[in-house]
Design a protein around this ligand. Sequence first.
Ligand code: SF4
Ligand SMILES: [Zn+2]
Length: 395
Amino acid sequence: MALSVRSKPYIIPEYSLTGDLLSYLTCGLQYRYQNKGTLPPAMPIQLWFGDFIHGVMEEAFIRWNEQDWKDFPWDWETQIRDIELEVDKRMRSRGLQPPANLFCPFKAGDENQGLCPDSNHPHKLAASIRAEAAINTWGPHLFPLIDDSEVKLKGIRNMPHYAKGRSRSNYYGITGIIDVLSSVKLEEASDRNLIIRYLHNNPAFQYKLENLKKPEYEIIVDYKGMKRPPVNSPSWRHHGWQVLTYSWLRDMQPESSKVLVGILFYLNELSLFKEDLEELKKDVEDAQTDVKPYARDLENILQWNPHSKPPEISDSLKKLRSIRIIPVEYDNQRKSLTEFDSVVADIEESIIKEVKGCGIQSSWKINPEKRTCDACDFKTFCKDNAARRRFPTVP
Ligand code: SF4
Ligand SMILES: [Zn+2]
């Protein structure tokens, strides 16, 4: 009797929009080492912080919703700190340790000094300064508008350049997580709500509102642990694609209403540190930012010298720069999907090359941008000479 050969398991590769596709676009080789490596989990600072601040906003919303914590500002030591420790605990359980000097992981009374300046814990380090600013700036305006938080999105697309026997699958899955604001909540909110004011000042949103066929609509929201990128940067484009792809995924969920716009919060704009300030100054000098500072803010930013103390920036500019409203248009949505299809095609191509034995460094594309390479755990053995030359290693 001839024994039949067991067929290969049918697997549809699944890609998360931020964890895989945007991460790959930052640098393919870094993505490979981070996500598919046998190395212990390592995570560049920006990625750790992105996950952390996302978790902090989600957890803060849950506490606002379920507890009697409706008044802002929240106190860091007695309210926000507990949220941070909870998020840190969850991240550690996924193997993600906080980067040194960014976050104090200790409770008061802990005698271990760790990498903190002394053993007087807890220390409000950079991640905590930003978490506090994010919650206290946007919490009062955003939380009352959220109708559904941490909504999981999932869709299936045809595998680009599918070839039987060569491709891993004829489909791929695409996933994401968003918060959803509903028209009902927006109508109930106070007219002092800053997000509503920004939306009403946005011509694209106004136009869409006036031309609605049904009264219900939605806005989707995501958070970025970074400063607002310049308009000529790849990140600016990629974030736009991300939101538009989310809107496509959301539209397919039966309980959804029409998504009019997406909002991204660039939370680092609320507390800019030296490197961000240098980038902001450059964006202003090069006329590459869409939210420009005026008058006093402009003067302070342009006259600032990186060796002196940080320039004063008005709260109104910080808030305005930390919110980006992206109109959802059919054509742009299609374009974003095609763009991500080609990113998936690239990743799949690299996987196939590696499986065929081409070696990791030859199979994966690199994208050596100074700021990414500076924070990259793999720079010491990265193939890119330019990247290596910048980081002399101890002999
Ligand atoms: S050092 Fe730069 S080019 Fe090399 S893997 Fe890291 S991010 Fe990519
Ligand atoms: Zn500490």
